[in-house]
Write a protein that binds this ligand. Structure first.
Ligand code: ADP
Ligand code: MG
Length: 374
């Protein structure tokens, strides 16, 4: 059985990744909840805009962009020092915060924040969400209020987005073409400025002169901040790859979800980051001890037709579970059987603290062992 107790005890950052809908947000909340129970001060960051997690945590007004303390008074057995906080990632506000941090003065901040291209990028450019999630994680890791940061990643198909996104903007700002556009103002020479005019006009005809003016202004506005962004991105990437950061892959016991999880895990291994643990969520529960074949034998041997019918049902349910065990085996192989836990499909959605505690009990106290696939 995977040692999740050690994980929540020694990690400083836990990143839950996997495809959409498999249970990432639930897993992040459960890891945070249990870590708080054992006395750590934990903040869970979610990018889930749905109200569900907020409701589950008892936050009537939803999650805010600032960490909010969760009331665990009604939960038994929580260590006195344990604290659970939760917040929702605010991509745009986080990006604005970086601009404030690295700009030379208020005028530069204003120039950037009012630029339409910036607004568009801060809100929608691909990778920005991953970048800001990583940035938020870095900021919270440095916050004295917390011992552990658990983050629920965007439902990206690509684990590398999260590892590489922080460097993307820095590289973007370094790009030669943009350096060229900035040249006229950097040198302050009108001659260069007018020499660049035909080129700018030509580009303007293609992309539209408004867009061009915005983008020239955009790169001019960022001038001088390149190294600040660079250094910060390097720090963020270093933290994501540090030994105190653990990746947990979450998957469902279906071919498509397992394929995706394996692909994630392979990328993480290739990048030298590795997978600390995997959670396979919504497995068919085990029905007693024994195989589907055993139950089929009991069905045939039973003289009472009612008992035979019951055994036939057990045989069917065990067959489903055995099929799932076979489906998950590629993920078990890559993560290692010791690092995998399965969670049963519950008969209802996880919509309150009790639901989260139920999942926690399975993950930390009686997770089903991974039986050899067959
Ligand atoms: N083991 C489970 N049994 C029943 N419902 C579950 C289980 N795990 C998660 N859910 C429910 O499935 C939905 C998706 O889970 P969620 O954690 O939001 O997934 P993700 O963050 O990966 O998109 C939620 O409504 C959640 O309550
Ligand atoms: Mg989610």
């Amino acid at each position: 059985m995977a040692d999740f107790a050690t994980l929540i005890d020694d990690a400083e950052v836990i990143v839950c990744c996997g495809s959409g809908g498999v249970g990432k947000t639930t897993t992040a909340a459960v890891l945070g909840l249990e870590a708080a129970r054992t006395g750590r001060r934990v903040v869970v960051v979610t990018i889930d805009p749905a109200r569900r997690l907020a409701d589950a945590l008892g936050l009537a007004d939803g999650l805010a962009a600032e960490p909010q303390r969760i009331d665990l008074a009604g939960s038994p057995g929580v260590a006195a020092s344990g604290e659970l906080w939760a917040m929702m990632l605010d991509t745009e506000a986080t990006f604005d915060g970086l601009v404030h941090r690295f700009a030379e003065d208020e005028r530069q901040v204003e120039r950037i924040l009012s630029n339409p291209l910036y607004r568009n990028m801060a809100g929608a450019m691909s990778g920005t969400q991953e970048y800001m999630a990583a940035e938020t994680l870095h900021a919270l890791h440095g916050d004295d209020r917390f011992d552990l940061v658990v983050v629920d990643t965007p439902p990206s198909r690509n684990a590398l987005d999260f590892l590489e996104a922080p460097g993307v903007l820095a590289r973007f700002l370094d790009h030669r073409a943009f350096k060229l556009l900035m040249l006229p103002t950097k040198t302050g020479l009108k001659v260069l400025g007018s020499a660049a005019q035909p080129l700018l006009k030509a580009i303007g005809r293609i992309v539209g002169s408004d867009v061009l003016a915005d983008s020239v202004a955009f790169f001019q506005a960022f001038s001088g901040m390149e190294s600040g962004f660079h250094d910060r991105a390097d720090e963020v990437v270093a933290l994501i790859r540090a030994p105190e950061t653990s990746f947990v892959v979450v998957a469902a016991p279906r071919h498509d979800a397992i394929d995706e999880a394996v692909w994630f895990a392979e990328q993480l291994v290739e990048q030298g980051v590795g997978v600390r643990a995997a959670v396979i969520n919504r497995m068919q529960p085990a029905f007693g001890v024994g195989s589907a074949g055993d139950a089929a034998g009991e069905t045939a041997a039973a003289s009472d037709p009612v008992v035979a019918a019951l055994w036939a049902n057990v045989a069917e349910l065990r067959t489903l579970r055995e099929q799932e065990q076979a489906v998950i085996s590629p993920l078990v192989d890559i993560a290692g059987a010791d690092a995998v836990a399965t969670l049963p499909l519950l008969d209802s959605d996880v919509h309150d603290l009790d639901g989260l505690w139920t999942i926690a009990a399975h993950l930390f106290r009686d997770a089903d062992p991974i039986s050899p696939s067959g």
